[in-house]
Structures are given as structure tokens and as C-alpha cells.
Design a protein around this ligand. Structure first.
Ligand code: AOF
Ligand code: ZN
Length: 428
């Protein structure tokens, strides 16, 4: 059903979508390519919530060139009025002949975009590179389909599985490259979740220090895994030149049907990089599970560098005025503290897609034990810390191997002197 050219153009749309990795929250990352057979006439990606969708940028660039063209879009076009008008109508008005979709969008279930497009005589095909498209928006799909964010637990350990000395000293187990890498994973997250124990022990800022991020998108140095993804630039036989270019915002400046030079997509430069030096970055919200509201005055998570949410037990009282700058919300408590499933429901209700847990062994272990972890980002430093040092996770002891937590290695890589493993827990 799909040709090699279809694959290459959808791969390019996926790379474009990656440009929004740190900027589209709470919206999905979406890319779009419009082509007349194998000639790209327009392309775009979604930059930020409230702004035009990927399809609109691509249609603007294609202008009249969209008539009779094929549209490759990484997410089912919207059929509903949201913050912007439905893309289905824009595609019909532009007279495109065929729409190829990588994956459906449960959020648009009521939208009826596909039926509307077909009703207007447009060919619609779905499922090209679906897995890659779902991978790009694991968090968005998790929130929309399961009502909870995608949960990634980040941990760093020694070769012998220890995270800190017995006295709690844990700084610098991993090297600088690994610590910079963590920043990139933070940047793509909607929230960084920690516990009051970590706040009291380490006083982390949990912000994105973006001088370690490069704003280059899709496959540049800036992202954890972009480099070996994609391949559209090698596959599509329409490369006119390698010169860098900017995506025009004004359709009138575009020559229709001009072969597009398939170079690295430019980052969304028109967005200001307020405070972070990274264009358009949506600063992840810092979320602290602080049952009794013990976060001390002067704690770095209370600085104004990013939004902060303190989740506490019902009836907890904050003394003084130290939380005036941050948001506090009550969560039901269970046997072991705050109800973690409820915490995640509340984060989803606030539009959180990907949550990165950077906490100690107790909170990380409790999330594991409750079956609420999707992904483990594990840095392994080539050091030994000895028997008295602290373990990776506090998990209940098992008497039966059948009850073990089974993970699957998704990726392994060396980062500086350390190893990085990405593991997943569920079938997702
Ligand atoms: C995007 N970008 O390129 C596409 C989206 O109300 P809005 O404008 O924020 O629209 C959000 C929804 O639109 C989003 O959740 C998704 O279902 C759909 N498609 N969204 O932000 C895009 N194509
Ligand atoms: Zn849309």
C-alpha cells in the first residue's frame, strides 16, 4: 500500500515533528510534509500550543502547490475546533488529493476528520510508520488514552547497583556528559517529580540548564537519540542543495512546486527563549510530593526559575508565607503516603504528558511497586561503592522469582565514561 517514497516522506515528517520535542507541551509533537509525487512542496511542524498546527505551516508553504498533492502527517489531522480551526477543513479547501497519516489520535475521536476528508473525495490512508509516530508522543498518548502521564524514572548507580554512600553522599557518581544528557531528557518532560526526602537531602533546582542543550532539532546533538533516527535526507531523491534555509512563515514568499533542499530543519526561531536560552522551551513543572508541606524556605525548588507544584495530604498546613509563589494541591493518602495513582491522575488533568521522576529509592521504589513506571532511564557509572552504600530502589523483598519485576532493554549506549540504559516495564 505504501511506496518507498511514502516511507521516506513520512520519515521526514517525523523528523520535523521532533523539532517540537521541548516546545509543544501539552500538545503533541506533529510534523507534516506535502509532496507532488516525490517533490516536497511544503512542510512544517507544530511549535507551541495555541499556535498553528503542522498541517497549516505546510499548507502555507505549499500555497497552490498543495492542489492534487499528497500530505504526510504524523498525527491524524484535527476535525474539531480547538485553539485553532480544524485542519481537515484547511486540507479540503486546499484541494489535496491524498492524506497519509502515521497514527490515529484518540483526542480527536469525535472530530470525524477522516470521514470528512473522504466525503470530500480525498484518499486517506493510515498506519504508515505508526510505531515511530507513537514513540514520538508516548506521553501525549498515555495521557489521552490512559488518563495518566508516561512515567520515566531516572536513576544513576554504580556498577554494584548503589546510588549513594551510607552517609547519603551521592554527588558525582556519574560524569559530566551523563549529567548533561539528563538535562536533555528533562527538557522534553512536562514535569520533574521528586519527593520531600530528596528536597531536604540534596536541595535540587530541577530546572533545565539549557547551556547544555543545543537548539538544533531532529537528529542534531541536542536530543538524546535523534542522531540515528530518520533517514529521509538520504532516501528522498529530491535533494536540490545542502544549503541551510529557513522555513518561510509567509506563503506568498514561496515558489510553489520548487524542490525542497532536504537539509536539517531549522529550529523554531521566532519563539523567545525566555530564561532558558532555548527557543520556545516549555519549562517542565517541578512537582514535589510533600505530604506535610515541609519544603523549607529558600529551597531551590521554590525559586522562580520554573513553575512548581507541591502535592500534600489533605489538612496539611503551610506555616508562614513561603509558598506564595508556588501552587499547592491536596491528594488523598494511602497506606504508604500520598496515593501515587491519584498523583498521576492529577498531573494528567493538568496536561502533563511525560513525567520524569528524579527521586530517591523510596519514591522511585514505591512507583515501581505500584506498577506506575513505564520507563527506566538508568546511568551506570564504572565505579564500585561497596556493600554499605545505598541501594537503587526500595522494593519489597520477594520470596518467589515469579513475582520479580521484569524489564526489557530498549536501548544501551555509552555517554562519556558512563553507560546509559533505557528500559521499559510494560508492553507499551
Ligand atoms: C497540535 N499540533 O500539529 C496537530 C494537532 O486546540 P489546539 O490547537 O491546541 O489543538 C490541540 C489538538 O489538536 C491536539 O491535542 C491534537 O489532538 C490535535 N492535532 N495538535 O497541537 C498539530 N495536528
Ligand atoms: Zn489541526
Amino acid at each position: 500500500m505504501f511506496s518507498a517514497c511514502d516511507h521516506a516522506l513520512m520519515a521526514r515528517a517525523l523528523r520535523l515533528a521532533e523539532c517540537g520535542l521541548a516546545t509543544t507541551q501539552p500538545n503533541p509533537r506533529v510534523g507534516c510534509v506535502i509532496a507532488q509525487s516525490d517533490v516536497v512542496v511544503g512542510e512544517g511542524w507544530h511549535r507551541h500550543a495555541g499556535g498553528p498546527h503542522a498541517e497549516v505551516f505546510a499548507l502555507r508553504e505549499a500555497g497552490e502547490g498543495a492542489r492534487g498533492a499528497t500530505v504526510y502527517v504524523t498525527l491524524e489531522p484535527c476535525g474539531l475546533y480547538g485553539r485553532t480551526p480544524p485542519c481537515a477543513d484547511a486540507l479540503i479547501a486546499a484541494g489535496v488529493a491524498r492524506v497519509v497519516i502515521a497514527t490515529e489520535d484518540a483526542f480527536q475521536r469525535e472530530g470525524g476528520a477522516i470521514d470528512r476528508l473522504r466525503g470530500a473525495g480525498t484518499t486517506v490512508e493510515s498506519g504508515l510508520m505508526r510505531e515511530a509516530a507513537r514513540e514520538l508522543n508516548r506521553g501525549f498518548f498515555s495521557r489521552v488514552e490512559r488518563g495518566r502521564p508516561w512515567v520515566r524514572v531516572k536513576l544513576a548507580m554504580s556498577l554494584d547497583g548503589r546510588t549513594a554512600l551510607a552517609n547519603g553522599e551521592s554527588k558525582w557518581i556519574t560524569g559530566e556528559a551523563a549529567r548533561a544528557d539528563v538535562q536533555r531528557w528533562r527538557a522534553r518532560s512536562s514535569a520533574i517529580l521528586t519527593g520531600i526526602g530528596t528536597v531536604l537531602a540534596d536541595d535540587p533546582a530541577l530546572t533545565v540548564r539549557s547551556n547544555s542543550l543545543s537548539p538544533g532539532c531532529a537528529g542534531g546533538e541536542g536530543w538524546g537519540e535523534g542522531a540515528e533516527r530518520g533517514g529521509a535526507t538520504r532516501l528522498v531523491a529530491v535533494v536540490a542543495s545542502n544549503e541551510a534555509r529557513d522555513l518561510p512563515q509567509d506563503a506568498s514568499s514561496v515558489e510553489p512546486s520548487r524542490p525542497r533542499p532536504l537539509t536539517q530543519p531549522s529550529p523554531p526561531r521566532e519563539l523567545g527563549g525566555e530564561g532558558y536560552g532555548f527557543p520556545g522551551l516549555v519549562a517542565p513543572m517541578r512537582v514535589v510530593l510533600d505530604r506535610q508541606l515541609r519544603t523549607p524556605r529558600g529551597a531551590q525548588v521554590l525559586n522562580g526559575a520554573a513553575p512548581t507544584l507541591l502535592l500534600h495530604a489533605r489538612g496539611a498546613v503551610a506555616g508562614g508565607d513561603r509558598f506564595v509563589q508556588v501552587e499547592c494541591a491536596a491528594v488523598e493518602t494511602g497506606a504508604g503516603g500520598l496515593d501515587l495513582a491519584e498523583v498521576l491522575r492529577q498531573l494528567a488533568a493538568r496536561g502533563m504528558n511525560e513525567v520524569q521522576v528524579e527521586a530517591g529509592p523510596i519514591l522511585s521504589g514505591a512507583l515501581f511497586a505500584a506498577g506506575l513506571v513505564d520507563e527506566l532511564l538508568l546511568y551506570v557509572a564504572p565505579v564500585l561503592l561497596g556493600d554499605a552504600a545505598r541501594p537503587l530502589l526500595a522494593l519489597p523483598s520477594l520470596s518467589d522469582m515469579a513475582a520479580r519485576w521484569q524489564l526489557r532493554v530498549v536501548e544501551q549506549r555509552q555517554i562519556g565514561e558512563d553507560l546509559r540504559l533505557l528500559l521499559r516495564t510494560s508492553e507499551t
